[in-house]
Design a protein around this ligand. Structure first.
Ligand SMILES: [Zn+2]
Length: 140
């Protein structure tokens, strides 16, 4: 069964939806390591607002690197404008990824629909073959 998951890049914070079987590389910054899978179901993640997604991923990234958290906390007062710019940058990135997510989801739904149609057709053929075998033909 095809299943989607949310993957994020711990280097730049970019996130996207991929099949769980993939080990995607970040298309945004091209970091050499594979992107990390979010430990939350993608449907649940999709229901979060952009801010909540951002907060969640920020926490995930910070958890993966505790020294980052320290460095962020020290200059907290001095560099508010930098933080604001970084935050706006995230909003823009989220809008970009939102577009990507929508087209990825459409592709995935399209694949799933074709898969279901094919399975249904195969099941239908099996049934009619069975029915034909159990019945005498009505005509020559
Ligand atoms: Zn990246």
């Amino acid at each position: 069964m095809r299943e989607l998951a949310v993957f994020y890049c711990p280097k730049c914070g970019h996130y996207a939806y991929y099949h769980t079987s993939r080990h995607p590389q970040c298309p945004k910054c091209g970091a050499p390591g594979a992107m990390l899978m979010v430990r939350m179901h993608y449907l649940e993640f999709m229901q979060l607002s952009c801010e909540e997604r951002d907060e969640y991923l920020t926490q995930e990234i910070l958890n993966s690197n505790p020294s980052l958290l320290k460095r962020l906390n020290i200059p907290h007062e001095k560099y508010n404008s930098r933080e604001l710019i970084a935050e706006m940058n995230n909003v823009i990135m989220n809008l970009d990824t939102e577009n990507k997510i929508l087209s990825d989801t459409v592709n995935w739904m399209h694949d799933t629909i074709w898969e279901l149609l094919r399975e249904k057709r195969q099941a239908g053929q099996a049934l009619s073959a069975e029915a034909a075998a159990s019945k005498e033909p009505l005509e020559d």
